[in-house]
Every structure is written in C-alpha cells, then in structure tokens.
Design a binder for this molecule. Structure first.
Ligand SMILES: NC(=O)c1ccc[n+]([C@@H]2O[C@H](COP(=O)([O-])OP(=O)(O)OC[C@H]3O[C@@H](n4cnc5c(N)ncnc54)[C@H](OP(=O)(O)O)[C@@H]3O)[C@@H](O)[C@H]2O)c1
Length: 173
C-alpha cells in the first residue's frame, strides 16, 4: 500500500486560513479528486469539519482525540499509526493507496509513514493559519524527501498564480 500525503501549499507552506483554502484552483481540485477517487483518505478532525461530510467514492478516516466522536460513513481513529496499521492489515482495502489529506497537524504526524508527498506548489504568498511542515520560500526542506517530478499547472486562477504539481519521494524507498 502506497502512503501519500497530498496537499496544496503557498510559497511559505500556507495550507489554509479560518478552515478554508486561501485560493481557488479548479485544476488542483480536479487533480485531488482524480488522484484520491476509489482510495483511502485520512484527515484530521478539523479538516473533516471544514469539508462538512465524507468525500464520496472514497474510504474516509478521521483522526481525533475525542473518544466519543462518531461520524456516519467515516472510520474514526485516535492516532494516525492505528489508522495506517488498520488499513495495511485489512484484506478489504488491499491494493488501494492511502492518502493523507491534511491538515497541518496530520501532515506533520504522517511524515514518518509516507513514501511520497504530492504537493501542488503555488507561487504566491497567502495569509495562512495552518502550514505544511518543512516548507518555506517555495522549497520543501525535508532532506529525507527528494523531488522526482514536477509539471506546470495550465489553468491560471483569478490572481494568475503559477503552480506546479510536484512529487517528492522518500530517498530510501
Ligand atoms: N491546502 C491543502 O491542501 C489543505 C488540505 C487539508 C486541510 N487544509 C487546511 O488545513 C486547516 C486544518 O488544519 P489543522 O492543522 O488546523 O487541523 P487538522 O490537522 O485537520 O486536524 C487537527 C485535529 O486532528 C486531531 N489530532 C491532531 N493530532 C492528534 C493526535 N496526535 N492524536 C489524535 N488526534 C489528533 C485533533 O482533533 P480533535 O480536536 O477532534 O481531538 C486536532 O484538533 C484548514 O484551514 C484546512 O482548510 C488545507
């Protein structure tokens, strides 16, 4: 099972502000939907709240410290490691990829587990209150991950930001 963290980041790792994305990039939303369709998505409780409902056509998992939290259509875990172990062992989910879809707290927890980071790197400065770990000044500063591919997004947003779909892979994988 490949374990991938997928995120869109501004130049300084901005991920979100007030529970929302700081940009409107339909091409990136399509990339996210196409990449994760039919797969497993794991997210923090705050990201789930900002989505408001489970993502359709995906296995949804939420990480929370709240032992009483029950969400219809979602598997709830109390630490990321248990969630990863559950899906790795499960026959039902064999052959699927596991996508960590945020936010900042859960990306940070996922770094020891993920093999790949799929980052949409947006060439713009945004106001944020959640940041991708180890990302600043348009660069990922995590030595264990190396960029293996990048391509320019073709649709401009309303502010004409350039953005790149980049894949980083754990060096020893
Ligand atoms: N740009 C992107 O690609 C992208 C993607 C996703 C999200 N976002 C943005 O990111 C922001 C949300 O990120 P965030 O960092 O504030 O929140 P988050 O990572 O989505 O969720 C944080 C929550 O996860 C749970 N949690 C964290 N550590 C835990 C642990 N060790 N054990 C058990 N549960 C744990 C806690 O839930 P409880 O409080 O319930 O205990 C915590 O409040 C939003 O603005 C969203 O729009 C952006």
């Amino acid at each position: 099972m490949n374990i991938i963290a997928i995120a869109a980041v501004g130049r300084n790792g901005e991920l979100g502000i007030g529970g929302k994305l700081p940009w409107d990039l339909p091409e990136d939303m399509r990339f996210f939907r196409d990449s994760t369709r039919g797969q497993i998505v794991i997210m923090g409780r705050k990201t789930f709240d900002s989505l408001g409902k489970p993502l359709p056509k995906r296995e949804n998992a939420v990480i929370t410290r709240d032992r009483g939290l029950v969400i219809p259509g979602v598997k709830v875990f109390h630490d990321l490691e248990s969630a990863v172990r559950f899906y790795q062992k499960s026959q039902e989910f064999m052959g699927r990829d596991l996508f960590v879809i945020g936010g900042a707290e859960i990306y940070r927890l996922s770094l020891p587990f993920v093999r790949e980071l799929w980052l949409t790197e947006i060439d713009g400065d945004f106001v944020g209150d959640a940041f991708f770990p180890g990302y600043s000044e348009g660069c990922l500063n995590l030595p264990e991950f190396k960029k293996t591919s990048t391509r320019l997004g073709v649709e401009c947003d309303s502010a004409s930001h350039r953005y790149f779909f980049s894949v980083f892979r754990r060096a020893n994988s």
